[in-house]
Design a protein around this ligand. Structure first.
Ligand code: 5GP
Length: 187
């Protein structure tokens, strides 16, 4: 199965699987793809730019937007709220542009209900041991935070069969080529 152009494609997968890197590589090769910028209540990390990586909102502003049905989907992840602004996604799709969302599992399930025609890809690590190695390799998280992420990763990995396609992110170049194939893009 692959996605025709102008469609909504969604990528999800556990924390540490490398989906962010994969998406950035994809966009560098295919600038016609429009990546949705999410809103979040988490504080910005060093180097993150407002409106480029995220729209950083207070919890009040986020909840206001939820009440106004301004999000296509939203979910809580690791104590923070994350949501996809509805209007820009709808405008880009109406203009016939391929739209890409990179979000977590609960949000993917919501999008599946409202955009049945969307194409949903689950990114998997080559093994659980490799995922653990990558999460630990970041070297920034406490043992407790690592434990929580690994526990969450087990839940997310069990959801892989719900998706239209499963992409194993072992070798980055091979994963990118497979993503291009799934999205119907020339590499
Ligand atoms: P991070 O805080 O590391 O940037 O993101 C944490 C998780 O939130 C990641 O799995 C990311 O894919 C997910 N995420 C980012 N934006 C959204 C969004 O708009 N909606 C949902 N449901 N998840 C999101």
């Amino acid at each position: 199965m692959s996605a025709p152009p102008g469609r909504l494609t969604l990528i999800t997968g556990p924390s540490g699987v490398g989906k962010g890197t994969l998406v950035q590589r994809l966009l560098a090769h295919h600038p016609q793809i429009w990546l949705s910028i999410s809103a979040t209540t988490r504080s910005s990390r060093a180097g993150e730019v407002e409106g480029e990586h995220y729209f950083f909102l207070s919890r009040e502003a986020f909840e206001q937007q939820v009440a106004e049905e301004g999000f296509l989907e939203w979910a809580e992840f690791a104590g923070n709220l994350y949501g996809t602004p509805r209007q820009p996604v709808e405008a880009q799709l109406a203009a016939g542009r391929p739209v890409l969302l990179e979000i977590e599992l609960e949000g993917a399930r919501q999008v599946r209900r409202s955009f049945a025609a969307g194409f949903q890809i689950f990114v998997e690590p080559p093994s659980f041991a490799e995922l653990e190695r990558r999460i630990r390799g970041r070297g920034t998280d406490s043992e407790e935070a690592i434990g929580r992420r690994l526990e969450r990763a087990r839940v997310e990995l069990a959801a892989a069969p719900e998706f239209d396609a499963v992409l194993v992110n072992g070798d980055l170049d091979a994963a990118l080529a497979e993503l291009e194939r799934l999205m119907g893009l020339a590499s």
